[in-house]
Ligand binder design. Sequence first.
Ligand SMILES: CC(C)(COP(=O)(O)OP(=O)(O)OC[C@H]1O[C@@H](n2cnc3c(N)ncnc32)[C@H](O)[C@@H]1OP(=O)(O)O)[C@@H](O)C(=O)NCCC(=O)NCCS
Length: 224
Amino acid sequence: MLSRLLPAAVAVVACRWDPPEAQLYPEEAAVVRHAVDKRRREFTTVRHCARRALGRLGLPHGPVLPDRHGAPRWPSAVVGSLTHCEGYRAAALARASELAMLGIDVEPHEPLPAGVLDAIARPAERSWIRSAPPGTHWDRLLFSAKEAVYKAWYPRFGEQLEFTQAELRLDPAGTFTARLLTRPADPTAARGVPDPLTGRWLTGGGLVFTALAVPSPGPAPLRP
Ligand SMILES: CC(C)(COP(=O)(O)OP(=O)(O)OC[C@H]1O[C@@H](n2cnc3c(N)ncnc32)[C@H](O)[C@@H]1OP(=O)(O)O)[C@@H](O)C(=O)NCCC(=O)NCCS
């Protein structure tokens, strides 16, 4: 499903169960040594997906360790994003020469728990959702799209984002845009990053899928 939302340059590998052959490197196992079984399983399986995705790109794999804010640390030639929820884990990876930013998210296609929409949505987003067409849990889609934006944004800029620091417009045709209401501290990192960002979404099999990919800018033009 996710691969339908992303360009062909992205290797997407998803698992609907935890394969027994999935293994962690010792450094990765150390990260989850005190975690509950559910957390260990999702952490392990999503890394299994990432290793297979790297293989599809023709790249070797090594430990995928989290940075201080939880973002997966990839080799510098790679951009990637991971997601997991009940019954689904996925990794999406691409060569950094192809993509500058990549974020994916999967959520159960169910209404958000009471109170969450008020915490994550801006007034314009709440107002749009109130009159949106039936058949889609737009609150959950908004949440997922914001998570995908964050997973693309953070590795690029190294900055955390509050949910209300991006204003999203959801399009029932299967796209969304995200206007960032904050400027990155390092404006050179924003070169070639469109404003607004555009992502895609779909629902199926009881899940909502969101994804965002920004192509790498081509090489700087040569001076005459
Ligand atoms: C980090 C966060 C985005 C994860 O989303 P989630 O729906 O809870 O969980 P998912 O299963 O989809 O994704 C988890 C994976 O996200 C990745 N991740 C965690 N922090 C990340 C970050 N700062 N940047 C990029 N990816 C990150 C990790 O790979 C993690 O899996 P792992 O711990 O097994 O390696 C979420 O918990 C969070 O902190 N959100 C607050 C910030 C935010 O979303 N702001 C919205 C701005 S518009």
